[in-house]
Design a binder for this molecule. Sequence first.
Ligand SMILES: Cc1cc2nc3c(=O)[nH]c(=O)nc-3n(C[C@H](O)[C@H](O)[C@H](O)COP(=O)(O)OP(=O)(O)OC[C@H]3O[C@@H](n4cnc5c(N)ncnc54)[C@H](O)[C@@H]3O)c2cc1C
Length: 356
Amino acid sequence: MAVTAVTTVAVVGAGIAGLAAAWGLEQAGVAVTVLESERRPGGVIVTERRDGFLVEGGPDGFLAAAPDLPALARELGVGDRLVDQLARGATVWTGSRFEALAEGRAAALLGIEARGEDLGAGFRSFDGGMAVIVEALVARLGRATRTAAGVTGIGPSARGYRLALTGGSAVDADGVILALPAFAAARLLATLGVSPARALGEVVYQPSVAVSLAYRGDQLGRPLEGTGFVAAATAPGVVRACTYASAKYSGRAPAGHVLLRAFIAPSDDEPGVLAHAELASLLGIAGAPLWTRAFRWPRGLPRYEAHHAARVARVRERLARLAPIAIAGAGCDGAGVSACVRSGREAAREVVRRLG
Ligand SMILES: Cc1cc2nc3c(=O)[nH]c(=O)nc-3n(C[C@H](O)[C@H](O)[C@H](O)COP(=O)(O)OP(=O)(O)OC[C@H]3O[C@@H](n4cnc5c(N)ncnc54)[C@H](O)[C@@H]3O)c2cc1C
């Protein structure tokens, strides 16, 4: 097997947790290589531009009450690109009418875990969408990020670890941070013989489809109120929630246009057609959308079970007996973007401390 690189710490996964971990390592003066299986860094953070619209495939913001993203953005020189929510408040679709929801309840109903007062403070984002923070991290990490470099196995080496990559090459490292979805971390830790990590493979990830729909403003029968709606569990239909993206943050649609984003359960039917049919009737929309764009997340947000924290703690206890290695990300310490940044940076501190 050809060993193509010798580095100090290998971060596996270039989602926000892995990139934040790598940035923490760089700041501590540790050489780092980020290994990402996809061709694009960012993980579930994906922002696209189309015809003057700005479309989010994954998260569209982060908890305004959490300091982690703003602090990171300032360190990276993009603090001036943070934006606040334009609109506040959301409604619930009961199946027959829209009713006002208390501030923060919509996020809670969607499974975003945070204290009530933190949810009440709303969300923030970036002027160019959530990709701004990913692009800033990748730019500052320079050549450290390797895409299309999936890790297929980890074994001990004289130095620390040897990571096998797709295509047959390998990377040696003194330390490793796994910033992967829980099921992927479980698979890699199994190759290292860490048996408690099997429990990570049991973390349930919920499938969802996020469909963005673009309209002319004059197609909407009435003004949009608040940031969107959540459908009550008892309400019929496929749309479980809808964000009024262009009302929530500035710059999401060109003047005189509207961008909506619906969350629907996976189905074999065309998501844009399904979502438009329902939104047209709920929001009084005339005519077809200008276009739609669907992002499918077969394993999107993790939903923790009651004993999740104890399981993760057991894996960490076992990892503490090995050469420096840490786990981070949505599968471990909270699914929100801010929690992932915190988790990645904490993993970096832990590995730096153990490298001595
Ligand atoms: C549709 C959607 C909407 C959301 N909305 C919000 C929101 O509004 N606000 C909020 O705070 N949070 C939101 N979240 C949650 C949040 O975005 C995610 O939990 C968080 O971004 C996950 O980051 P991560 O780095 O832990 O994982 P990921 O982003 O999943 O990154 C993991 C990376 O590891 C890579 N990888 C996997 N296996 C390997 C391997 N073997 N070798 C190398 N690389 C590998 C993957 O390709 C991926 O790039 C949303 C999530 C989804 C899916």
